[in-house]
Design a protein around this ligand. Structure first.
Ligand code: DQA
Length: 148
């Protein structure tokens, strides 16, 4: 089983970006932790990041057949991107949305997620652990689907 872990804009700045909200770990450190969790679950992960909405849309749109599931942190595009929502719907690959911060406890413009409705579910507020929880969730979803 292969899972794409996809990161949106400004997440390449983790470590130095608003550490009071996002912590001190870099994206590389967080992705290393996800890779370790993936090894424990016996699955393969591909970790990627882009600041470009179009690149993310294209990546999602073309991942069917290559990966079995997606863990996505769409970052700011969560709250703005109909294109990302449509790409997640269109690709037909089960997707779990994750956020480091609890978006419901922040500014009101972060309370709405345009992308979550296209996903299997959303995990928000557990820092870097949100990625591992998201990975577990999508793997569990896929394994349960396989045994049906
Ligand atoms: C975020 C939350 C978003 O509102 C914000 O724009 C981000 C990061 C998170 O992981 O907490 O860039 O997705």
């Amino acid at each position: 089983m292969k899972i794409l872990v996809l990161n949106g804009p400004n997440l390449d700045l983790l470590g130095k970006r608003e550490p009071d909200i996002y912590g001190h770990a870099t994206l590389n450190e967080m992705m290393t932790a996800v890779e370790e969790r993936a090894a424990g679950l016996g699955v393969e992960v591909i970790c990627e990041q882009s600041n470009d909405e179009g690149a993310l849309v294209t990546r999602i749109g073309h991942c069917s057949g290559e990966v079995d599931g997606i863990v996505i942190n769409p970052a700011a595009y969560t709250h703005t991107s109909v294109a990302l929502r449509d790409a997640i719907k269109a690709c037909g690959v089960p997707c779990v949305e994750v956020h480091l911060s609890n978006i419901q406890a922040r500014e009101s413009f972060r309370h709405e997620s345009l992308t979550a409705g296209a996903c299997v579910g959303q995990i928000s507020g557990f820092g870097g652990m949100s990625y591992s929880l998201g990975l577990e969730a999508v793997v569990d979803y896929l394994r349960r689907k396989d045994t049906k």
